[in-house]
Ligand binder design. Sequence first.
Ligand code: NDP
Ligand SMILES: O=C(O)C1=N[C@H](C(=O)O)C[C@H](O)C1
Length: 264
Amino acid sequence: MIKVIVNGACGRMGSTVVDAVMKDSELKLVGAVDIVGGMDAGDKAGCGKTGVIVSTDLEATIKETNPDVMVDFTQPSVVFNTASIAIKNHVRPVIGTTGLTDEQKAQLDALGKENNTPCFIAANFAIGAVLMMKMACEAAKYMPDVEIIELHHDNKLDAPSGTALVTAEMIKQVRESHKQGHENEKEKLAGARGAEYDGMRIHSVRLPGYVAHQEVIFGGLGQTLTIRHDSIDRTSFMPGVVLACKKIIGLNAGLTCNLDNIMD
Ligand SMILES: NC(=O)C1=CN([C@@H]2O[C@H](COP(=O)(O)OP(=O)(O)OC[C@H]3O[C@@H](n4cnc5c(N)ncnc54)[C@H](OP(=O)(O)O)[C@@H]3O)[C@@H](O)[C@H]2O)C=CC1
Ligand SMILES: O=C(O)C1=N[C@H](C(=O)O)C[C@H](O)C1
């Protein structure tokens, strides 16, 4: 059995992970951590009593439960610290929280190697999103003018989404960098053309009703191509999270990124 603690266990994703871990025969929920504690981790997850009481102290929970893996779905501002605590205690972090900078990722890689502990990060654990990114890279080789529109619920803290940034980074690898749109274009309202990444534009929509969605739109002579992925429920991320909890046991020390790197 792989012993798992969930950090951010009362959040939208963390509570869904608690449920997924409880349902998997190879994983055992041994701890749960959040800002507010004291209740059974299953209360928020809606899966009945788990026998695991939510704690507010990550390091104490690690020392009490000796987990193999920490799943982190917290906040961009805290994830570097929580991942560092896990690694220093030789617990393997599976990180879904977005917002880590390249420098922080490099530091986690180094910390993992120092402590002989693997660390895994995926900006998106949904298989459909992985396929969207792969297909977008293929399309960008032939249709290099591209804009990304990501659409999320209005409680999301970071913009653009981690998925949009990874998509843009991947597309950058396969096309020549160039400015898009008219060379004399002017924004009459600041931000009208969205964020700029290597000449690509990224637009972030935040509205109640959405979960997590992304369109990658390619424009060519007399035609457009749209690749769209929709997570209509947070269960879409769970097979990927469960897979990462299992695969991380066999990964090398240091950082591994993106779900496609651990899929068979
Ligand atoms: N990789 C992927 O596939 C996915 C990634 N995400 C990312 O996951 C992250 C979480 O998203 P979501 O679940 O919607 O967010 P929520 O705000 O619903 O959940 C985050 C939880 O973490 C808690 N928290 C905040 N700080 C700490 C801390 N220091 N220690 C422990 N718990 C803490 C929050 O408490 P409080 O509410 O009191 O602040 C909250 O309960 C985001 O970065 C999001 O982008 C989301 C979906 C999929
Ligand atoms: O905050 C979310 O909800 C999501 N965050 C991730 C991101 O920023 O890409 C993954 C998914 O889009 C849901």
